[in-house]
Design a protein around this ligand. Structure first.
Ligand code: PLP
Length: 383
């Protein structure tokens, strides 16, 4: 990339920049405080203390206990640990797992893998607004259902699932409930105690911490099989020397999120609504998924007869995406948009805008103008 390119970044759901306050805190634990948090000398104890404090900040953010947080390399690993780990540790109870068709690929692929080793997976559909109809979940529950795995908020369309109701149904039926909360965590208030969630995955790079660090909340007493064996770190659930600088960064990002959550929401939501309302003034546009039960930073818009890839390319220095970053290497239409009833063509014509706290109104004004010009151009070529 050329230097000084005026990037307008509207792809926060795929990853975020690191908050400078996070970076400043983190860097001290690369150098000079590089000690291993498991070492018992004075130097190691300093690292250990930093990890302890970070863990407390993370637990605090979701009203969990310190010892219910396990550090991982990110949400993909957390999802693997939760779903495979719970499945393998609860074999005596059954082999039936319920999940959603609109989960992140990580959740879907873990379930597909489990299906190859004898588990039975029910991939529930969602309604046209992207939300699960609770009665479908009730009907899907069986005697041998051991786990419900349903994401908190969708990364492509931002819709928020009825987590409280799902948790309640899980509890009533003595089934464990895991939620991939990667997009909701540190954006909206989450109280795992009140909600009654058994396990919850999150990832630092979705909320202004670096890539390669994340975690799993796993409620005390929930049986889970470790996937990585070794030194017995993280209560035996995830061996491997702790990534202290990244953990410190994760803690700092949680502290900031907690302190600034409502002001960030107010600020970003207003920008998102402005962008959405202006784009909807263009002929042949509509929003994909619920506009009510939705993250405040996301809008996924279909531009009739406009090829999404061509639009992304024409937008050049304005960074948006077609859906999830993970699927944009493939030419398949988004499985999420298909699941809410879009045709292949409609899915290919849809763009995700995901905003964050560093966006400015002027950037959105520029984006809106540019999109209007591009679409006029494209449509003139067509007709
Ligand atoms: C980004 C994302 C993931 C994957 O997270 P990584 O930390 O990159 O592995 C999983 N689920 C959702 C909903 C996401 O948005």
């Amino acid at each position: 990339m050329k230097q000084n390119t005026p990037i307008i970044y509207l792809d926060y759901n795929s990853t975020t920049p690191i908050d400078n306050r996070v970076l400043e805190t983190m860097i001290l634990y690369l150098n000079p405080n590089f000690a291993n948090a498991s070492s018992s000398h004075k130097f190691g104890l300093e690292s250990n203390q930093a990890v302890f404090e970070a863990r407390k900040k993370i637990a605090n953010l979701i009203s969990a206990e310190d010892n219910e947080i396990v550090f991982t390399s990110g949400a993909t690993e957390s999802i693997n640990l939760a779903v495979k780990g719970i499945a393998l540790a609860n074999l005596d109870k059954g082999k039936h797992i319920i999940t959603l068709q609109t989960e992140h690929k990580a959740g879907l692929d873990v379930c597909n893998f489990l299906a190859t080793i004898g588990f039975e997976i029910e991939f529930l559909p969602v309604e046209s607004d992207g939300i699960l109809d609770i009665s479908r979940l009730k009907k899907a529950i069986r005697e041998d259902t051991i786990l419900i795995s349903i994401m908190y908020a969708n990364n492509e369309i931002g819709v928020i699932q009825p987590i409280e109701q799902i948790a309640k149904i899980a509890k009533e039926n003595n089934i464990l409930f895991f939620s991939d909360a990667t997009q909701a965590f540190a954006k909206i208030p989450i109280n795992v105690k009140e909600l009654g969630i058994d396990a919850l995955a999150f990832s630092g790079h979705k909320f202004y911490a670096p890539k390669g660090i994340g975690g799993l909340f796993i409620k005390k007493g929930v049986k889970c099989q470790a996937l990585l064996h070794g030194g017995g770190h993280e209560r035996g659930l995830r061996s491997g020397t702790l990534n202290v600088p990244a953990i410190v960064a994760l803690g700092k990002a949680c502290e900031i999120a907690q302190a600034e959550m409502s002001q960030t929401q107010t600020y970003v939501e207003e920008l998102r609504n402005f962008l959405e309302q202006e784009l909807l003034k263009i002929n042949g546009t509509r929003v994909n998924g619920s506009q009510i039960h939705r993250l405040f930073n996301t809008t996924n818009i279909q531009f009739e007869n406009i090829d999404g890839d061509a639009l992304i390319k024409a937008l050049d220095y304005i960074c948006v995406s077609k859906g999830s970053a993970c699927t944009s290497v493939s030419v398949e239409p988004s499985h999420v948009l298909k699941a809410i009833g879009l045709s292949d063509d409609e899915a290919y014509q849809s763009i995700r805008f995901s905003l964050g706290k560093y966006n400015k109104k002027a950037e959105l004004e520029e984006t809106i103008e540019k999109i209007k010009l591009i679409i006029t151009d494209f449509r003139n070529m067509l007709f």
